[in-house]
Design a protein around this ligand. Structure first.
Ligand SMILES: [Zn+2]
Length: 392
C-alpha cells in the first residue's frame, strides 16, 4: 500500500513540475498570434475589448494577458460584398476601430509596426497590437491604396480572401472550377503588388490564395512569406490548407506557416459531423437563411444555442498539435507558428475556448517532447525572424 502511495505521489509531483515548467516556458516566451478577427466581431456585435467577453467572444484584453499573448495581429476584413468604392474605406474604418480599442486600453496596448517596437512594448508589459489586411480586394486595384495601408500600420496583406481579385485567384475559386474555369494565378499587376509589398516591408500572406497564385508568388517574392492562418492538407484535406510541396516551398523561402485553429481545418471529420448537426436543426437553419442572415452569423448562432451538441463536434487539442508536429517532421521546427483565427470561427479544438488557453498548447508541445528552444520558435520566434527579414 505504501509503495502504491509513493508511486502515486511521484506521479502527482511529476505532473505538477511539468505543469510549472510549461507555465514558466510559456510566460517567458514571446507569443505571437498572426490572425484574430476581433475587430470585425466587435463592430458587428458592439463588443468592448475591456470587458469580460467570455462566452460571447474568443478574445478580450484581460484574457489576452491571461493567455500570455504578447503580439496580436488583428485582421482587417470585409467580404466580397465590398468592392470598388467601398472596400478600401471599410478597411480604413476597421483600422480606426483598432486605434480606438488601443486608445481605450488605459495604456495596456500599443500599435506596433517594427520588430523593435514589439520588443519595447513587451518589455513595458503591453499587448503589442498589429494590423493585417485579409483580402487584396481592399486595395481596389490601386497600388497607392497599398502604400496608404502601410502608412496606417498594416504589416501584412493576405493577397486574396475566398474571393479572387482581378490580379490573383483564390483557393476557393481555384478549387471550384464552376467559379473560374482557368485560374490565372498572379497577373503582371499582381506581381507588381507583391514586389511593392516587399519594397515597403509589408509581409506577403498566402493564406486563402489558390495553388497557381501560390507558386507565382514564390517565383517573384524576394522576402519570406507567411501563411497567417492555414494548416496541413495531408491531415485535413480542405482547400484552405497547405499541401506538402507548398509547405516545403515556404520552408525554402524561409517563411512560416501559422497554424489555423478552426475545427474544420484541423479535423477531416468535422465537415460531416457539422452537416449532421445542421440537419438536426434544419427548420431553424432554414428560417435564419430565409431571414437573410450571413452564413457565419447562422453558424455562430446555432453553435451558441446548442453548446453541448457543438462541443461534441470539436476535435481534441492533440489533433491541432498533430498539424504542428507534421510540419516540424516535414521541414523542421523553423517554419511553423500560430494563427488562431479566434473570433473568426465558430469552432475550435477542445481545451482552446479562447485566447486565455494558449498555455495549453505549450503544455501539449512539452508533453510531445518538444524542447524549450523549439517551443519558443513555434510560439513566436519563427514569425519574428520573418518579420525582421521583411522590415526595411
Ligand atoms: Zn481567413
Amino acid at each position: 500500500m505504501k509503495t502504491i502511495f509513493l508511486v502515486f505521489l511521484h506521479l502527482i509531483m511529476f505532473a505538477f513540475t511539468r505543469g510549472q515548467n510549461a507555465q514558466n516556458i510559456h510566460q517567458k516566451a514571446l507569443l505571437v498570434d498572426t490572425h484574430n478577427d476581433f475587430i470585425s466581431s466587435s463592430i458587428e456585435e458592439h463588443l468592448n475589448f475591456n470587458e469580460d467577453l467570455k462566452g460571447r467572444a474568443h478574445s478580450d484584453l484581460q484574457r489576452m494577458f491571461q493567455g500570455g499573448v504578447d503580439v496580436q495581429i488583428f485582421s482587417v476584413y470585409c467580404d466580397d460584398t465590398y468592392g470598388k468604392g467601398s472596400a478600401f474605406s471599410f478597411a480604413n474604418q476597421e483600422i480606426d476601430s483598432l486605434y480606438v480599442i488601443v486608445s481605450r486600453s488605459a495604456g495596456k496596448m500599443e500599435i506596433v509596426t517594427t520588430p523593435n517596437e514589439i520588443l519595447k512594448a513587451v518589455k513595458e508589459k503591453k499587448l503589442a497590437a498589429m494590423l493585417g489586411v485579409e483580402g487584396g480586394h481592399m486595395i481596389e486595384d490601386d497600388i497607392s491604396n497599398l502604400d496608404s495601408l502601410y502608412k496606417r500600420g498594416v504589416r501584412y496583406m493576405t493577397l486574396t480572401w475566398n474571393n479572387s481579385t482581378s490580379w490573383a485567384t483564390s483557393a476557393k475559386d481555384e478549387s471550384n472550377h464552376a467559379f473560374i474555369a482557368s485560374p490565372y494565378g498572379l497577373t503582371d499587376f499582381g506581381k507588381k503588388i507583391v514586389k511593392r509589398m516587399n519594397d515597403l516591408g509589408m509581409i506577403v500572406d498566402i493564406s486563402h490564395v489558390g495553388e497557381k497564385t501560390f507558386w507565382d508568388v514564390l517565383s517573384v517574392a524576394d522576402k519570406p512569406v507567411i501563411a497567417s492562418h492555414s494548416s496541413a492538407y495531408s491531415i485535413c484535406p480542405v482547400f484552405r490548407n497547405l499541401k506538402d510541396d507548398q509547405i516545403k516551398a515556404i520552408a525554402k523561402n524561409k517563411g512560416v506557416i501559422q497554424i489555423n485553429f478552426y475545427s474544420g481545418f484541423i479535423d477531416s471529420t468535422y465537415e460531416l459531423k457539422q452537416k449532421k448537426f445542421f440537419n438536426a436543426h434544419k427548420k431553424e437553419r432554414d428560417s435564419l437563411v430565409a431571414a437573410e442572415h450571413t452564413s457565419f452569423f447562422i453558424l455562430q448562432y446555432l453553435t451558441k444555442k446548442y453548446p453541448e451538441e457543438s462541443k461534441s463536434l470539436r476535435p481534441p487539442l492533440s489533433l491541432l498539435i498533430d498539424h504542428i508536429d507534421y510540419i516540424v517532421k516535414l521541414v523542421g521546427p523553423d517554419y511553423v507558428g500560430l494563427g488562431s483565427d479566434f473570433d473568426g470561427t465558430e469552432s475550435t479544438p477542445l481545451e482552446l475556448d479562447g485566447v486565455q488557453d494558449f498555455p495549453h498548447i505549450t503544455q501539449a508541445l512539452l508533453e510531445r517532447g518538444y524542447s524549450k528552444k523549439n517551443i519558443e520558435k513555434i510560439l513566436g520566434g519563427n514569425f519574428m525572424r520573418v518579420f525582421k527579414a521583411n522590415t526595411r
